[in-house]
Design a protein around this ligand. Structure first.
Ligand SMILES: Cc1ncc(C[n+]2csc(CCOP(=O)(O)OP(=O)(O)O)c2C)c(N)n1
Ligand code: SF4
Length: 532
């Protein structure tokens, strides 16, 4: 069968196409974005009619995928780890409704926060929802496990989570493809109340979910995904999860570990395999990317027996991404890997692109706020978050997508007036209509800046869901027409922009200012595309 050189994200996307999905739903977020982009670029996916446009946010993506599953078709929903917080309501309840057509939820975690607000571990959500979790250790496994994931999703009528991390998502390897499978026909659930979570039905379904745990556990032991690799030296037993297996193997150039290794890539945890390791070994080292989930569970499983070492006792750092060096040090090897960074390599802090429209927006805003005490600008996450850094230092918060509006409202309620919110166009449509409604209903004295650069800049320039409709949304929510302004963030309009901003900061209610100018990166890309 054909072999392709694929990123982990691309291997998942290709496997989804080959497994017969009818649609993929996602909101962009590093390191998950490339899964959907791959399907969007795929000629094969286009010919098969696979639906792949961006959703407004992770929650709408999750629910649309659940709807496609209800209709009997296979589907995938992808998000970064913090996106799962947004999708959590539908995600957790989907374990109770169960699936009809195969449903895989891909959660891409970002240990060390290369491009994220935190390094939360999505396995907690999978465990919380009580669904099977797959955690591939390499690109081939990611490809194969998508096929397997759809099989068990349909066999047990349950959504399946695939948890990946940045390093796997963004590194390449050869992947052998399997035979393509055709898409499912529309087939409604046999039980038409399966998706009706009225308490009387939900109680029954929840019992079914609990009963299913036994089967999920059996799968974890028998699927072949979890492997017990024996070793002669029982002074130590090692448990790895997902990509951490590779970091261990890189410490053994011959790829032979003298100790028994339990390689975990599927959950629920295979308790019998763990017990075998505990019975045979004197100590256990747990190497897992993210939170010490397995390590903490071991403390429950093994009330007596070998000493467990890992992130909790400091053998491995409690936070941050793993690498072969960290793992080697935990194994007691001398740190011999890698070389020092040559002095010519300078640290290059992130900054807004030259000519970025956000620069002029911040210069306008800073000039107006110059006479007031600092610390009154609430923001969100996007390219514009870089406005927190010198030389602008314009914003004072970035918590979660959309929090700018509601934090500004809360601060205004507390008496911090004027109170300003700054948000990007994509973040605004992601989750702000209802937040703006809160402010309008309370006539909160806030001024909202929606920095409309006509794209989702930070994640690579995907289209923005409400392009051309932002004013309509604001008016629809109840913002007064005379307090809604579109300005052009350019130096030549500085004086005029300042006067509009001043006027609205003085208004005792909700005002919205939309600085509108396209991101220079997408502009350049469009021009280059035209020239080709
Ligand atoms: C819940 C969640 N989903 C996705 C992301 C990834 N992400 C960070 S900023 C951003 C959108 C930025 O677009 P926009 O608001 O238009 O601002 P721009 O970057 O264009 O300035 C996305 C999708 C995230 N941080 N959190
Ligand atoms: S990518 Fe676009 S929005 Fe982001 S900093 Fe560059 S110009 Fe500004």
């Amino acid at each position: 069968m054909q072999k392709l050189l694929l990123l982990g994200d691309e291997a998942i996307a290709q496997a989804a196409i080959d497994s017969g999905i009818s649609g993929i739903y996602a909101y962009p977020g590093t390191p998950s974005t490339e899964i959907t982009e791959y399907v969007q670029r795929s000629k094969d996916a286009k010919e098969k009619g696979i639906r792949s446009s961006w959703s407004t946010n992770e929650k709408t993506a999750m629910e649309a995928a659940l709807g496609m599953s209800y209709a009997g078709k296979r589907t995938m929903v992808c998000m970064k780890h913090v996106g799962l917080n947004v999708a959590a309501d539908g995600f957790v309840n989907s374990a109770i409704t169960g699936a009809n057509g195969g449903l895989i939820v891909v959660a891409a975690d970002d240990p060390s926060m290369h491009s994220s607000q935190n390094e939360q571990d999505s396995r907690f959500y999978g465990k919380f929802a009580m669904i099977p979790i797959l955690e591939p250790s390499n690109q081939q496994e990611a490809y194969d496990m998508v096929h397997y994931g759809y099989e068990i999703s349909e066999k047990y009528r349950i959504p399946v989570m695939m948890r990946i991390t940045t390093r796997l998502a963004h590194s390449r390897s050869g992947v052998a493809r399997k035979e393509q499978r055709s898409q499912n026909e529309i087939k409604l659930p046999v039980n038409l109340t399966q998706f009706v979570l009225l308490p009387s039905i939900a109680r029954k379904q929840y019992k079914e979910l609990l009963t299913s745990q036994e089967f999920f556990d059996k799968e974890s032991h028998e699927s072949g995904n979890n492997k017990y690799i024996d070793g002669k030296d029982k002074s130590l037993g090692i448990i790895t999860s997902g990509i951490a297996y590779n970091y261990l193997m890189e410490n053994y150039p011959e790829r032979i570990v003298p100790h028994p290794v339990l390689k975990i890539t599927q959950y629920p945890l295979p308790v019998k395999m763990i017990e075998r390791l505990a019975n045979e070994c004197i100590k256990i080292l747990v190497i897992e990317e993210g939170y010490p989930i397995i390590e903490e569970m071991l403390k429950g499983i093994l009330s007596t027996g070998p000493k467990v070492k890992g992130r909790l006792d400091g053998t491995i750092p409690r936070d941050g991404e793993l690498n072969p060096n960290i793992v080697g040090t935990a194994m007691g090897f001398k740190d011999t890997m890698g070389s020092n960074i040559p002095p010519i390599v300078r640290n290059r802090p992130p900054s807004l692109c030259a000519g970025c429209p956000h620069i002029d927006s911040y210069l306008d805003l800073n000039a107006v706020l110059a006479d007031l005490t600092k610390g009154r600008v609430f923001s969100d996450i996007g390219c514009y978050t870089l406005g927190a850094l010198p030389p602008y230092e314009s914003i004072n918060s970035c918590v979660d997508m959309g929090a700018s509006i509601t934090m500004a409202k809360g601060a205004a309620d507390a008496g911090l007036v004027p109170s300003v919110a700054v948000i990007g166009d994509s973040t605004f449509t992601h989750s702000c209509t209802y937040r703006l409604l809160d402010a309008v209903n309370d006539k909160s004295p806030i001024t909202l800046f929606i920095l409309d650069n006509a794209t989702t800049g930070m994640t690579g320039g995907q289209e923005s869901a409400a392009a051309g409709r932002i004013e309509g949304i604001c008016l629809g929510v109840g913002v007064e027409k005379e307090h809604l302004h579109v300005i052009n963030p350019l130096k030549k309009h500085h004086a005029q922009n300042m006067s509009i901003i001043k006027q609205e900061l003085d208004y005792n209610g909700v005002s919205v200012i939309i600085p509108r100018r396209e991101c220079v990166q997408t502009l350049v890309r469009k021009k280059t595309e035209v020239n080709v």
